[in-house]
Design a protein around this ligand. Structure first.
Ligand code: 13P
Ligand code: SF4
Length: 311
């Protein structure tokens, strides 16, 4: 029974005792973001995981992110507060089917979104995140044939922006898929001067209305740089917490789903992590991420290619 515990104080005590670093994605609940040592997008969190000298990484995000941390820092203990924190993009791309897709296109390289399993990373040539995809794609010669998975919306956005014709795996993020164009246009009519910032995991009918398209940290930087007192945010709404901390005078409105509000756009996987589970993960050093060494080394190649090409 944890009811009598001061969870924040206990997490702080355990973080020091365990020599742990707490990494959190922008889609985590505000109370987790507030006590994390570092909050960031997928690329920033990967870099932090690769560089930290902590002995334990408590990863407040989803499983593919914690696995990325373990692939890059195998000597560290990596805990994820809830092992069921998955991702619809990862689920859409079973490794055996992805291997068959690759085999059908032997003259293509596999450029793969980081939102996938370790097995799919091992089957890929270069991993991208939403903040590194454009830089990396720009370095790949236009004549090079590419398969892109698992996010068909991010892949479609890149195809349109760069005039490429990458073959797309048909996966989607259920969170970004849920935005409603009709409701977005109604909201825009109420706030005609408010720009719209959208994540590239959104379908084209949402991205087409956006003044800015980018990763979570890109959207946050856009919010800081852009004039005006209101911004419409078409990504998981927990990122608005960082915007409100940085710009207390501004209004940030989460883009709506079909029901007219942004609650259906909360990521159900990210939401599985709680302060209680984080406390238990630090106390018991479980659930731990473990990856078989041969698989880890294969997956590391495509992640290393990303880290080298992203800068
Ligand atoms: P980024 O933080 O890299 O933009 O990723 C968004 C996302 O959906 C992570 O699951
Ligand atoms: Fe996956 Fe979408 Fe949740 Fe990100 S927001 S973890 S892409 S389901």
């Amino acid at each position: 029974n944890l009811s009598g515990l001061d969870l924040r104080a206990e997490i702080d005590r355990l973080r020091k005792e365990r020599k742990a670093v707490i990494l959190a994605h922008y889609y985590q609940k505000p109370e987790i973001q507030d006590l994390a040592d570092f909050v960031g997008d997928s690329l920033e969190l990967s870099r932090k995981a690769a560089a930290t000298d902590a002995e334990v990484i408590a990863f407040c995000g989803v499983k593919f992110m914690a696995e990325t941390a373990k692939i890059l820092s195998p000597e560290k203990i990596v805990v994820l507060p809830d092992l069921d924190a998955g991702c619809s993009l990862e689920d859409s791309c079973p490794p055996d089917q992805f291997a068959a897709f690759r085999a059908q296109h032997p003259d293509h390289i596999a450029l793969t979104y980081i939102n996938c399993s370790t097995e799919v990373k091992a089957l890929s040539d270069v991993i991208v995140t939403s903040s590194s995809a454009e830089t990396i794609l720009a370095k790949i010669p236009p004549e090079q044939k590419i398969i892109f998975g698992p996010d068909r919306h991010l892949g479609g956005y890149l195809n349109r922006k760069f005039g490429r014709d990458m073959l797309l795996w048909p996966g989607v993020c259920i969170v970004h898929e849920a935005f409603s164009e009709t409701e977005l246009l109604k909201l825009k009519a109420q706030h005609p001067d408010a720009p719209i910032a959208a994540h590239p995991e959104c379908p084209a009918h949402i991205v087409d209305h956006a003044d800015y398209v980018g990763s979570t940290s890109g959207i946050l930087n856009y919010a800081k740089a852009t004039d005006g007192d209101t911004l419409i945010v078409a990504t998981e709404p927990h990122i608005i917490h960082q915007m409100e901390l940085a710009m207390p005078g501004k209004t940030f409105i989460g883009a709506p789903g079909a029901d007219g509000n942004c609650n259906c756009n909360i990521c159900p996987y990210m939401a599985l992590n709680t302060l209680e589970k984080l406390y238990l993960a630090l106390r018991d050093l479980t659930p731990r991420i473990e990856i078989e060494e041969g698989l880890r080394l294969e997956a590391k190649k495509s992640l290393d290619a990303m880290l080298a090409m992203a800068s």
